[in-house]
Design a protein around this ligand. Structure first.
Ligand code: URA
Length: 187
């Protein structure tokens, strides 16, 4: 699959820099999550990163701090990256949603549709060489598929023509430590 822009074609944010885009996100009222967020979580890291990492949505700690992957799942993500010789700061880490769904429920279709154009624009601006997609929800959203995580981990994917790999979400690894070995193999 050579890109998925067609499913989110409704909107192409006009920003040309990450700073402009972040301001747009901070003002965004496109879905109801704007009413319940404390902070948007735009993403962070090297604006010219070779590796972009995409998770699902901010959790409670991320919403509080306005930064992605700062809770327990974030610590594990940092360790996973370090284990393959990568520092978190060399990557750009973000999510398919910029705002926290209350109670950490799954992102709803309208929320994904409102928010993914911002992520695609981040990809356009950063132009990573590789995208690492964490977990089923992010992968099914970005690849517009209902395939299982097992199938998606094995497949070759492209998002916006950028090679993309799918692996377990670190929060899932915290719940199922026996998946850590295959996750390490994915990396
Ligand atoms: N889980 C995610 O998917 N993203 C975060 O930023 C934190 C936890």
């Amino acid at each position: 699959m050579l890109g998925v822009r067609h499913i989110f074609i409704k909107e192409d944010p006009a920003a040309t820099t990450l700073q402009q885009l972040e301001l747009q996100c901070a003002a965004c009222q496109k879905c109801a999550l704007a009413q319940t967020r404390t902070h948007i979580v735009f993403g962070e890291g090297d604006p010219q990163a070779r590796i972009m990492i995409v998770g699902e949505a901010p959790g409670a700690e991320e919403d509080k701090q306005g930064r992605p992957f700062v809770g327990e799942a974030g610590k594990l993500l940092n360790n996973m990256l370090n284990a393959i010789g990568i520092e978190r700061g060399e990557t750009f880490i973000c999510n398919i949603l910029k705002c926290r769904p209350p109670g950490n429920r799954d992102p709803q279709p309208a929320e994904r549709e409102a928010c993914v154009p911002y992520l695609l624009k981040q990809m356009d601006i950063i132009k990573p060489s590789i995208i690492l997609v964490l977990g089923l929800v992010a992968a099914q959203t970005l690849l517009n598929t209902r395939q299982s995580l097992g199938q998606l981990r094995e497949g070759e994917h492209f998002i916006q023509k950028i090679p993309a790999h799918v692996t377990y979400h670190p929060a899932a690894l915290l719940r199922n430590p026996n998946w850590k070995r295959p996750a390490w193999q994915d990396l």
